[in-house]
Design a protein around this ligand. Structure first.
Ligand code: SF4
Length: 380
């Protein structure tokens, strides 16, 4: 895997994101924020599930008012999501650790003020109350002028909007901010974050697929985006957005941590492009679709027997089933996918045949040696 991007550290209450800090896992309450008891209960259950930061929507003065009581009842790192109400920044900042604003929502109210003036107001409130800021760009509410300017390219307006707001905050000498670029399409999330990180690699990124939906599909969509980005060193904090009842909100945290743990240990559902130098062995995290338990042992064995090739820049993927295995191995140099009674071997998208579980390792080594002898690139 590639090294993390050298992002700057940003403190949010008692925790710090960025640089070489562990990736933080966040969630959001789904209660009416002004319902203090329900919101505090949900914050506590998210904390118990391991949330590093909990966000709440602030949709009006009543929500803003509730924050004081909420703050008195929890020490969690809290983020207020300002929606269109940028003016509420001043009222909510004393009771939270981070303010999130959406650049696309700053257009709606007080049209006589410039965007720069509104951001300056939010930044001043954040500075005064020791808060961080997240510039949260969302595909569904991008600056309309930027949409017109870029026409067909739906990603450029999101990236441009984020860059513009970074420039405004930089001009204000406000450095304690991170950025998010969210879409409901994981491929767009990947592309938007890659483009942004290419331009501003020092800004910490909050990753998420918005409206990912119900588990398990919502988790899978999110996982694919996170795998591709985090394996490239992009991302400092994550949120898995799931459509689950209020009493199951903690699943967002549990699933987020599981995805991070899988990525750290080389368990991928998709094959990330350019994993960095040296031999990369990845295997899927496995699920109910695995039809032969020998898959887990096979993945382990592949790791052991290919150690001799560690200096070659190659990726070998071991996938657990015939549903996703055939497609998900296309991007690996060598791919194995497990059927109930045999294992299929591939070089890129091409099939090299099917082998018994007791034959596949020898065949894999033969193919690996062919790749090495034909000049596989080596670690520089
Ligand atoms: S490749 Fe198959 S077994 Fe592995 S996680 Fe994906 S669906 Fe499950």
């Amino acid at each position: 895997m590639k090294k993390r991007n050298p992002t700057r550290e940003v403190r949010i209450g008692t925790m710090v994101i960025g640089h070489d800090r562990p990736l933080a896992v966040q969630s959001m309450t789904a209660t009416q924020t002004q319902n203090v008891d329900a919101t505090v209960a949900q914050i506590k259950s998210l904390e118990a599930a391991g949330a590093d930061v909990v966000r709440m929507a602030v949709d009006g003065p009543k929500d803003a008012e509730a924050l004081q009581s909420i703050r008195e009842q929890t020490a969690a790192n809290l983020c207020a999501d300002l929606q269109e109400n940028w003016r509420l920044a001043e009222r909510v900042a004393p009771f939270v650790d981070k303010l999130r604003y959406n650049p696309g929502h700053l257009y709606h109210l007080e049209k006589d003020k410039t965007i720069g003036e509104k951001v300056a107001f939010i930044a001043a409130a954040a500075r005064k109350s020791d808060c961080a800021i997240r510039v949260g760009v969302n595909c569904g509410s991008v600056d309309p002028d930027l949409i017109d300017r870029y026409g067909e390219d739906s990603i450029a307006p999101m990236v441009e909007s984020a860059l513009q707001h970074c420039a405004i905050l930089d001009e204000l000498q406000f450095e304690r901010y991170c950025v998010s670029l969210k879409d409901s399409d994981p491929l767009k999330v990947i592309e938007a974050n890659k483009r942004f990180a290419g331009r501003r690699p020092e800004i910490p990124l909050h990753l998420g697929v918005t409206e990912a939906g119900l588990p398990p599909e919502g988790v899978i969509k999110t996982r694919v985006a996170f795998e591709q980005l985090i394996a490239q060193g992009i991302g400092d904090t994550i949120r898995v957005s799931l459509t689950v009842p209020n009493d199951r909100k903690g699943e967002e945290i549990v699933e987020g941590r599981k995805i991070l743990d899988d990525i750290e240990h080389g368990r991928f559902r998709s094959v990330p492009g350019d994993l960095g130098s040296g031999l990369n062995i990845i295997s899927c995290p496995s699920c109910s679709r695995v039809e032969n338990e020998a898959f887990v042992e096979l993945a382990q064995k592949v790791k052991e027997v290919t150690r001799f090739a560690s200096k070659y820049n190659l990726t070998i993927a071991v996938m657990g089933c015939r549903v996703n295995g055939p497609g998900e191995t296309d991007d690996a140099d060598l791919g194995l996918w497990c059927a109930p009674g045999f294992v299929n071997l591939k070089r890129g998208g091409a099939s090299l045949g099917s082998y018994g579980y007791d034959e596949i390792i020898d065949q894999l080594l033969t193919e690996l040696n062919i790749l090495i002898e034909s000049g596989a690139p080596q670690r520089g």
